[in-house]
Write a protein that binds this ligand. Structure first.
Ligand SMILES: [Fe+2]
Length: 293
């Protein structure tokens, strides 16, 4: 399998078409793997998690059955649910499709091709479903209505980000999780509000819309306040489902920031989708903001 992981960890070979049916049966509601070309594997001896991405990994069949998630413990429900929310928010605010290089043919069209009116639709609905049902799914795992909303929300968020792309939150989360062994959903939830505050000036109306979908009124609110409302609505949701606020509680310290920013800068695959340009110094600033929360 390591042959197909990107260098320097693996050999970087393209995944061959194995001509087998890929069937995905999610037992959590969060990753969106049932609609994405990505697979993540753990390498415990190297304390690393790495991804493999290929068109051949798109499931031919996905069985998204919320009943398979009713026995998920609250902490896993909360973390995976915040991952789904992060997928939706990042897909909704990533660069637009026409701000990315135009492919020569449809076959050259990359995954993560930028947001469109269609991916917006999936993302908005996913934010609504997760924002409206995650608390209930965490409080009572057997609330099947809440579980159904979460499974659907996760699927739609997966369809949104697979087509649109992600942003700085996911890029920054990889080095943090690699060093501190924190669950992916917990890590992105700790970073997302700070990234939203940084990105908000690029599209205040989009952030106002996210705030509204999460139940915040933005009537008559000044533009610069809209990003703040959206970020604090996300913080409240994370807080209500027991996710630690900010990076300090995940074991990250001030002295880690320059190294984490340096490692994040290498993840251009995700950073190119971030709506606002980020250099090393910007990343350090966002990490520090997430530490203080
Ligand atoms: Fe994720």
């Amino acid at each position: 399998m390591l042959d197909y992981v990107a260098p320097p960890v693996g050999g970087g070979d393209p995944v061959p078409d194995a001509e087998m049916t890929v069937a995905a049966v999610p037992t959590t509601a969060g990753t969106g793997s049932e609609s994405s070309p990505a697979a993540v594997i753990s390498l415990p001896d190297r304390e690393l998690k790495v991804g493999i991405s290929s068109r051949h990994l798109y499931p031919d069949l996905a069985v998204v059955d919320p009943l398979l998630t009713v026995s998920l413990p609250p902490a896993v429900t909360a973390a995976s649910g915040m991952d789904a929310l992060t997928h939706a928010v990042e897909a909704y605010t990533t660069r637009r499709f026409d701000a990315k290089p135009v492919p020569e043919t449809a076959a050259d069209r990359p995954d993560y091709g930028g947001r469109t009116a269609v991916t917006d639709m999936y993302a908005e609905r996913a934010i609504e479903l997760v924002g409206g049902s995650l608390r209930r799914a965490v409080n009572n795992g057997e609330d099947v209505d809440a579980r159904r909303d979460m499974s659907l929300g996760s699927l739609l968020a997966g369809m949104a980000f697979t087509n649109a792309g992600l942003g700085a939150t996911h890029a920054m989360a990889y080095p943090v999780a690699g060093e501190n062994h924190t669950p992916h959903g917990v890590t992105v939830a700790a970073l997302l509000p700070s990234v939203m505050r940084y990105n908000a000036p690029t599209a205040f109306d989009r952030y106002g819309r996210i705030a509204e979908i999460l139940g915040e009124s933005v009537d008559g609110v000044a533009d610069r306040e809209k990003g703040e409302r959206a970020a604090s609505a996300v913080e409240r949701l994370a807080d209500d489902v027991g996710i630690p606020p900010g990076l300090t509680e995940l074991g990250v310290e001030e002295s880690d920031v320059p190294r984490l920013a340096e490692k994040t800068e290498e993840i251009q695959r995700l950073l190119v989708g971030n709506p606002r340009r980020v250099d090393r110094e910007d990343l350090e600033g966002i990490f520090r903001d997430a530490l203080r929360r």
